[in-house]
Design a protein around this ligand. Structure first.
Ligand code: DAH
Length: 351
């Protein structure tokens, strides 16, 4: 019995549990109701009275050693032990899960769409891989226009388009603006058209806080008899009051787009400083939010719409820009990084 105790003593002294499970195995082996200590005590009953005097002390010390080892270690694993116990207790409350939120660009796009829906605009969409005709030619871009240059446009590899000779500039590209959807809509229908066309667009730009190789636009189009620049102004006036609040001012500056004549860029009074001047508006009190104009008759002719009978207006805006103004986001890259700490800050919705 003495030699057994010596052997177990060295085992206990060397024992270093690495998990709650190992410690529990230890407890069962030595301290359990069918464990070694219980067995030794049973054996002890049968030994002679002389031996009892010596062994009784040894046995008690041995028992204390095992208990101390267990007690010294049991606190190391309480968290894990509790987890194990909790996973078995089905009556404990669940952990719950967070409901996802909408992406800020989605929230703003939705808001824009809702406003124009109230004016009778319907939604339309087109492909992101676009041909030269829909993205440029039909929109009255002259053949040598710089926007067609390789620097702005991502062309789709010539090899993926059997029609194009290798090495030649492909006829297909990632659309550079949603204006291509105007062409697709008009070539397949008859006026009147009153449509809103949100979508993703691509430009070959170096990625920085202020530019990205893809972004989002919303295009608007209205074609009917007797549509005038006054209609364009009133439509955009309504839009701005709805989106940024009553009293937001707008102004139109003459500009140039191949597909509109006359063309304009529209500014609104800075939403941050209300026109007083701040970093956002570069101390001018105004910020540009969209391009617009009366549809060039050449565009209508290109899609077989009688430009003597019909007129129309169009406008296009970047959703990122509108969102930046609303939430004062300074770095465009945040929109596509999926950082939950950023995304969490916007209104959440039940899906
Ligand atoms: N497509 C233009 C761009 O990406 C924006 C634009 C300007 C769209 C004027 C229009 C418009 O419909 O009339 O910069």
């Amino acid at each position: 019995m003495q030699s057994k105790i010596n052997q177990y003593t060295s085992e206990i002294e060397a024992f270093e549990p690495k998990s709650a499970e190992e410690l529990e195995q230890f407890r069962i082996k030595f301290l359990g109701t069918k464990g070694i200590i219980k067995d030794l005590f049973d054996e002890f009953k049968a030994v002679s009275p002389e031996q009892k005097r010596v062994l009784g002390k040894v046995l008690n010390q041995f028992k204390q050693l095992a208990e101390a080892k267990f007690n010294d270690n049991k606190d190391n694993f309480t968290g894990a032990a509790q987890d194990a116990a909790a996973s078995e207790d089905l009556t404990l409350p669940g952990e719950g899960f967070e409901i996802g939120g909408r992406h800020p660009l989605n929230l703003v796009r939705k808001e824009i769409v809702e406003i124009f829906k109230r004016l009778g605009f319907v939604l339309a969409e087109g492909p992101e891989i676009e041909d030269d005709w829909h993205n440029f030619s039909a929109l009255n871009f002259p053949e040598e226009h710089p926007a067609r240059d390789m620097q702005d446009t991502f062309f789709v590899e010539a090899s993926s388009n059997p029609e194009t000779e290798k090495g030649k500039k492909s006829e297909f590209a990632l659309r550079t603006h949603t204006s291509s959807v105007q062409v697709r809509l008009m070539e397949h229908g008859k006026p009147p058209f009153r449509a809103l066309m949100p979508g993703r667009v691509y430009r070959n730009e170096a990625i920085s806080a202020r530019a990205h190789c893809f972004f989002h636009q919303v295009e608007g189009l209205y074609v009917d008899e007797n549509v005038s620049f006054a209609d364009l102004k009133q439509t955009l006036y309504y839009f701005v009051q709805e989106l940024y609040g009553e009293g937001t001012k707008l102004r139109f500056r003459p500009s140039y787009f191949p597909f509109t004549e006359p063309s304009a860029e529209m500014d609104i009074s800075c939403t941050i400083c209300k026109g007083a001047g701040c970093q956002m508006c570069k101390y001018s009190g105004w910020v540009e939010i969209l391009g617009c104009g009366m549809i060039d008759p050449n565009v209508l002719d290109n899609v077989n719409i009688d430009s003597k009978k019909y007129t129309g207006f169009a406008f296009g805006m970047g959703i990122e820009r509108i969102t930046n103004l609303k939430y004062q986001i300074k770095d465009l890259r945040l929109f596509s990084e999926n950082d939950v700490r950023f995304l969490k800050q916007f209104q959440t919705e039940t899906i």
